[in-house]
Design a protein around this ligand. Structure first.
Ligand SMILES: [Ca+2]
Length: 164
C-alpha cells in the first residue's frame, strides 16, 4: 500500500515538473508540446501567444460539449489579436446548426464550421471570445482545431523597448 501511494506521489511530482518545463518552453514557438488554455477568462500581454484546442485533439472531440475562451490583451485599446490555425475541422452543417465555433470581438460575430478555417482572423482590439459547441443530435464529430492567438500592439501605439 505504502509503495503504491509513493508511486502515485512520484508520478504527481514528475507530472507537475514536466508541466512547468512545458510552460517555460512555450515561448520558443518550436516546441512540439503545446500548453493550451483551459475554458475560461485569460489575460495576455503584447507579443505573446496562447493556444486553444478542442478536447482530445488531434483525436475527435466529444459530442455535447461546450467551451468558452475569453481573451484579453493588455491594454485592450492598444492591441489586436490574430488567429493562426494550422488545423481546423468541425462537423459541417447548414448554417452551422450542428457543431460550431463562434468568434466574437467588439465589432463582429462569426459562426463557422466544417473546414472554414478562421486562420488570419484579426480583432479590432485586444479582446475576443471564442465559443466551441458540439451538438448531441447526431453522433458526428471531427478532428477539431488547434489555434494560436497572437497579441500584437496596434501600429502607432507607443511600445516600450524590449530589454531582452
Ligand atoms: Ca456533432
Amino acid at each position: 500500500m505504502e509503495v503504491g501511494k509513493l508511486s502515485v506521489l512520484l508520478l504527481f511530482v514528475i507530472g507537475v515538473g514536466s508541466l512547468e518545463m512545458r510552460t517555460w518552453g512555450s515561448g520558443s514557438g518550436s516546441s512540439s508540446s503545446v500548453v493550451t488554455l483551459d475554458c475560461g477568462i485569460h489575460a495576455m500581454t503584447p507579443n505573446t501567444r496562447v493556444t486553444i484546442q478542442t478536447p482530445n485533439y488531434p483525436n475527435d472531440y466529444d459530442e455535447s460539449y461546450r467551451c468558452q475562451w475569453e481573451i484579453y490583451c493588455n491594454s485592450v485599446e492598444n492591441t489586436t489579436l490574430t488567429m493562426s490555425c494550422p488545423d481546423f475541422e468541425l462537423e459541417d452543417s447548414a448554417n452551422c446548426n450542428a457543431d460550431r465555433l463562434i468568434i466574437k470581438d467588439h465589432d463582429s460575430r462569426d459562426v463557422i464550421c466544417g473546414d472554414d478555417n478562421p486562420d488570419g482572423t484579426t480583432t479590432v482590439d485586444g479582446w475576443m471570445r471564442l465559443t466551441f459547441w458540439s451538438n448531441i443530435v447526431q453522433d458526428t464529430t471531427a478532428k477539431g482545431f488547434r489555434c494560436h492567438i497572437w497579441c500584437h500592439p496596434k501600429p502607432g501605439t507607443i511600445n516600450l523597448p524590449c530589454i531582452c
